[in-house]
Write a protein that binds this ligand. Structure first.
Ligand code: MEV
Length: 434
């Protein structure tokens, strides 16, 4: 039990760790994990960084950071940083990069980075739907009030775009939507400040009361798209010629458009790449995921986000979704690793990073579908699974590859068998584990 909640909340990070330790909530082996990894090697500066990023920080969870690529996007080669716990994600993006490298790569487009802030009003008495007109008539005044908040964004070419208001009859609520171009930011702080700033004015002109003011994560005004083309013959797999693999990819994508059960998995595969890039660059993965899945339901039933078709001797694929990626603000460009990741990609602006994300999503999807409709995905996973088993059994450094090869050749599947075999292997190889 943690005795002093206040000390835990307010104390420095080391104190917080001590409190956890003395509370008896962490077992010995958990303590060992913490010591071995120091919640992943973080010290000094990094711990301070944790403190300023989240509340009640105790350390870091280190996720692997891989670099996929090169991926040819709009004629330029990119190395793509990806933070993920899932095997095969980096390999899948790299594979597609290789496959497409001689065929023009991926061509992308991004919209302007426009986001929406919402203010909801209730208790509007008799005004009801007439509140829409009252709000729209005060547009000039709203813009005037927002001038100081939007000033620096306007200097960068962003700022006010437009607004609308809508009466939500069933809940007798008035929704006011402000559209603001947030340039390189994700925009949450700016939008929330803008929405809160005009609360008094909206209450005055409608006679209602503000229920809440917050950005909308739907982000449908901030989309990016990607397109690829690959010759059928480049898609040949054992047992399938290229045209057959392509035909099966087209059908698989069509099934994902028609069957929501499959669509969710299909889109999860797309997001494997996009979320890994988002995490590596310090972006808000939840906002990006939420927007993508909402977009997948925009025509009614939830559907797959990508499309494939065959024309002449080429397979074409496309993907479009909201991608509210930022290159500044929040953790982006603040966390040293996210800064490094942005540098690795040549410091794209926010629409540029959204375009890279769309390309990564489509690349990821092509690789997944190609494997799914031919040999399946398990085969590709086995190599990494063997490496994990080897690590789990105690192998470290170069021994991981050596022992993983043995695990595969002997078809060892369980942790227990791997551990028992590792002890024998160490003896036979003369591995010194001191
Ligand atoms: C696994 O993380 C992702 C896949 O399931 C995606 C898909 O099924 O399209 C392979």
């Amino acid at each position: 039990m943690i005795k002093s909640h206040r000390a835990f909340r307010k104390g420095p990070i080391r104190k917080r760790r001590e409190i956890i330790e003395s509370s008896g909530t962490a077992s010995k082996s958990e303590k060992q994990v913490r010591d071995d990894f120091s919640f992943t090697g973080a010290d000094g500066d990094l711990l301070d960084l944790a403190e300023v990023m989240v509340e009640q920080a105790v350390g870091y969870l280190g996720l692997p950071l891989g670099v996929a690529g090169p991926l040819l996007i709009d004629g330029k080669e990119y190395m793509i940083p990806m933070a993920t716990e899932e095997p095969s994600v980096v390999a899948a993006a790299s594979f597609a990069g290789h496959l497409l490298s001689n065929h023009g790569g991926i061509v992308t487009h991004a919209s302007e980075p426009v986001m929406v802030a919402q203010i909801f009003l209730e208790d509007m008495g008799n005004m009801g739907v007439a509140g829409v007109d009252a709000v729209m008539e005060s547009q000039k005044e709203i813009r005037q009030i927002l001038k100081p908040i939007l000033k620096s964004m306007e200097k960068r070419g962003g700022g006010w775009r437009d607004m609308d208001a809508r009466w939500i009859a069933p809940s007798r609520t008035l929704a006011v939507n402000l559209r603001i171009d947030v340039r390189d930011a994700m925009g949450a702080n700016l939008l929330n400040s803008a929405a809160e700033e005009i609360r008094p004015l909206l209450e005055r002109v409608t006679g209602g009361r503000v229920l809440m003011a917050i950005l909308s994560n739907r982000s449908w005004d901030r989309t990016a798209s990607a397109r690829l083309s690959v010759p059928l013959k480049a898609l040949a797999r054992p047992g399938f010629d290229g045209s057959e693999t392509a035909r099966r990819i087209v059908r698989a994508a069509r099934v994902a458009r028609e069957d929501p059960d499959r669509a969710v998995t299909h889109n999860k595969g797309i997001m494997n790449g996009i979320s890994a890039l988002a995490l590596a660059t310090g972006n808000d993965t939840r906002a990006i995921e939420a927007a993508a899945h909402a977009y997948a339901g925009r025509y009614g039933p939830y559907h797959g986000l990508s499309e494939y078709w065959i024309e002449k001797d080429m397979l074409h694929g496309s993907l479009e979704l909201p991608l509210p990626f930022a290159v500044t603000g929040g953790a982006v460009g603040f966390h040293p690793v996210s800064r490094w990741c942005l540098e690795l990609m040549g410091h794209p602006d926010a629409p540029g990073l959204s375009r890279i994300a769309a390309a990564v999503g489509l690349a990821q999807n092509l690789s997944a579908l190609r494997a799914l409709v031919s040999e399946g995905i398990q085969q590709g996973h086995m190599a990494l699974h063997a490496r994990r088993l080897a690590y789990d059994a105690g192998a470290r450094g170069e021994d991981i590859s050596g022992f993983a090869a043995l695990i595969r050749s002997e078809e060892i599947r369980s942790r227990q068998s791997a551990a028992a075999r590792f002890a024998q292997w160490q003896l036979s190889e003369g591995v010194n584990d001191n």
